[in-house]
Design a protein around this ligand. Structure first.
Ligand code: IFM
Length: 453
């Protein structure tokens, strides 16, 4: 059984959220519209027809939420800063009201001994920038760097841990290939252009933060999945190569090794476009980092064909199918494979063995029910226990893992699923905004207090 004693004393134990998923207050204090405000209003985009207009009302209830974190016993909190709260249309000076909110949040965290980890981009691009091309435009990368510098200047006295991007694979391939996320475009392999500009933007952001705050710890968060071939056949091995290529290596390699994997550019048919990009891009993207954030949820076991089975978010993998291995799944349909977390940490570690690693998200959705003031969520507790156990295994293998963040603090707006998927350690009644700590949250408190969970 995993215990806190299996981890170093200075290990970061946190929960994670994102601005659009929890804050609400989307038109208060000078916040401009984001691509998610617009996307959620398009008919048919969100399963339950909802938006993030109110979400968890965290913008007004952040003090209560910080108290809840303190009650859980965590020592870190990963949240994201809404770019349109800082620059309503993606440019110009910082909005003092937007900065003020994040200052108050960071101060409240620090008062409770909770270290803020701020993500600068968790998908809520100012809509004005999308209207000028969004991440398909190189200019957005430049703007992102400017925004990062502004925020670091304004908040860097309180916030020392920065994450530039959250999950650029989702921003590019869900947003510009599948169209299931904002901005809802279906451009096939051209989504890779958005990925490139996101990565250039992340490099600019690293440089801008360092220019303002040389002591800051800066990283980027990638969503990696453990990918295995169904058999040793050449065709199945090739299927695994393609999915691992686009999901993992297409982001790990440019950031940590300064080059794109040539086989993935082949799969995408995008060699010419990438060859035409400014030669300095590779160095910008590979700006040295202090840590890598890894978001891990599931493993994909893949096999060759039949054509058309693969989802649109994997251009170049049209002849690949994801198998149902019979593994237990969460409500998202994601197969549970705790050892896959060790796989992806080892994969990242191989690129830069001295780079610190954080699991910046891990968690599970289940159809929770509030009954008699309690939420009995044993499957989530078990999921967390298994994955925290995998973190202990990773440490045992000598990996430089420095922290683990549960996705998520409070149930919230789960993107295209709206409020129909609950990942929280804390249940939210969306009518009353009442919060109730679930059994999994109580278990985490017990783990962190050093008792027997
Ligand atoms: O809710 C998301 C989060 O915004 C990014 N990572 C995955 C989570 C669960 O889908």
């Amino acid at each position: 059984m995993v215990t806190r004693r299996d981890f170093p004393g200075d290990f970061s134990w946190g929960t994670a959220t994102a601005s659009y998923q929890v804050e609400g207050a989307t038109s208060e204090d000078g916040r401009g519209p984001s691509i998610w405000d617009a996307f959620a209003r398009e008919p048919g985009t969100i399963a339950d027809g909802s938006t993030g207009d109110v979400a968890d009302d965290h913008y007004h209830r952040y003090r209560e939420d910080v108290e809840l974190m303190a009650g859980l016993g965590v020592n870190a909190y990963r949240f994201s800063i809404a770019w349109p709260r800082i620059q309503a249309d993606g440019g110009g000076p910082a909005n003092p009201a937007g900065i003020g909110f994040y200052r108050r949040l960071a101060e409240a965290l620090l008062e409770r001994g909770i270290t803020p980890f701020a993500t600068l981009y968790h998908w809520d691009l100012p809509l004005a920038l999308e209207e000028q091309g969004g991440w398909l435009s190189r200019d957005t990368a430049e703007r992102f760097g400017e925004y990062a510098g502004l925020v670091a200047a304004e908040l860097g006295d309180l916030i020392t841990h920065w994450i530039t991007l959250n999950e650029p694979w989702c921003s590019s391939f869900l947003g510009y290939a599948a169209g299931s996320h904002a901005p809802g475009k279906q451009l096939g392999a051209q989504a890779a252009h958005a990925a490139h500009h996101l990565l250039v933007g992340q490099g600019h952001a690293v440089a801008a933060i360092r220019a303002e705050r040389p002591q800051a710890a800066v990283g980027v968060t990638l969503n990696l999945s453990s990918v295995r071939a169904a058999t040793g056949s050449d065709a199945d091995q090739d299927a695994a190569r393609r999915v691992d290529g686009l999901q993992n290596r297409f982001f790990l390699e440019p950031v940590l090794a300064g080059r794109y994997p040539a086989d993935v550019l082949d799969d995408l048919g995008e060699h010419d476009w990438f060859a035409a990009q400014p030669p300095g891009d590779a160095a910008i993207i590979a700006a040295p980092l202090d840590f890598l954030g890894v978001n891990y949820y599931y493993r994909q076991v893949v096999a060759a064909g039949p054509a058309g089975q693969q989802h649109r978010e994997f251009p170049g993998s049209e002849d690949v199918r994801v198998l149902d291995t019979g593994a237990e799944r969460t409500q998202m349909g994601w197969p549970i494979a705790p050892d896959g977390l060790v796989d992806v940490l080892e994969q990242a570690h191989r690129y830069q063995p001295s780079l610190a690693l954080y699991v910046t998200e891990n968690g599970a959705a289940y159809p929770d029910v509030l009954a008699d003031g309690l939420v009995a969520d044993e499957p989530r507790r078990r999921y967390l226990e298994q994955h925290i156990g995998a973190c202990a295994d990773a440490l045992g293998k000598g990996l430089p893992l420095r922290g683990y963040f549960v996705w998520t603090l409070t149930d919230n707006f789960e993107w295209a699923f709206g409020y129909s998927r609950r990942f929280g350690l804390i249940y939210v009644d969306y009518v009353t905004q009442r919060r109730t700590v679930k059994d999994s949250g109580r278990w985490l408190t017990s783990l962190l207090s050093g008792g027997t969970p």
